[in-house]
Design a binder for this molecule. Sequence first.
Ligand SMILES: C[S@@+](CC[C@H](N)C(=O)[O-])C[C@H]1O[C@@H](n2cnc3c(N)ncnc32)[C@H](O)[C@@H]1O
Length: 301
Amino acid sequence: MDDGTTSRFSAGVALTALLVAAERAIETRRPEGLIEDPYAEFFVRAAETPVPLPVSPDEVEGGAADPVWGRGQQYFALRTRVFDDFLQDCAHRDGIRQLVLLGAGLDTRALRLDWPVGCVVYEVDRSDLFAFKQDVLGAMGVRPAVGDHQVVADLESNWARRLRAAGFDPVRPTAWVIEGVIPYLPAPVERGLLATVSALSVPGSAIAYEILHAQDTAKIRENSLYGQTKQKMGVHLSGLFSDDTRPDSARALAETGWEVSEEPVHRFTEQYGRGPVPGVDDPIAYARWVLGRRTHRLYEG
Ligand SMILES: C[S@@+](CC[C@H](N)C(=O)[O-])C[C@H]1O[C@@H](n2cnc3c(N)ncnc32)[C@H](O)[C@@H]1O
């Protein structure tokens, strides 16, 4: 999709990365925010969208009542923090030194989090996304973090080959994050993606990812949250989603040697003391965050 919404950034799914960056920029400006991402605001400003995106709570007209920059913002801030903590636990507590972010977008964890010596972070995304990201960080004088590898690959093709060519070692335990990506993928691609992740994961590996139940239903796709993103950003998120019925990928992992939990977002709101509350019938109520650890491996056939 290219409706000319941005002059500096390709439209469609990559534009969704900018939405999340704006949500992170807003959170960074909150006095008691869940995260600090000093780079997010720079991505948003550099994208030069015709309708400027907010980068601080003061710039959100409707405040907390705004579906995209209010409740939606709470969602993305909490998701970032939960997945940050997941990765940091993997590195500092569990000793995992290889991290892979599939559909990394404008995430800057490689730069902004504290990594033990020897950690390697692989970010996988499309070439135009990385070109933009590097331009912005380069203009800020930011050098790539030690051990940060950007792997240009399409998650719908043989991304694993490119990941291995970049140095990924399937013999080492890995922490995987797939955040804000799966809803866009057709069901067979989701199945294949997680099967590949599983095949590349030795025991001791871990995974965190996000799914959206019932995303194929009109009830979810026509929710006003998505209408608002179209109005505010020029990108109709649910129009980019695959309308396939979703596979139960968490169960598939559980059946192949992973211990998996799949929980609603408000469970994390309770844990962190901030985030979307239950009782609102919008897509956030249908989002689930899946956290898993590989305990053993099943050899089949
Ligand atoms: C909503 S953004 C989320 C980015 C990041 N994980 C975050 O939370 O900030 C989705 C990202 O997935 C990437 N993506 C989606 N489909 C992809 C595909 N088939 N191959 C590679 N990257 C893809 C997009 O380019 C975009 O950067």
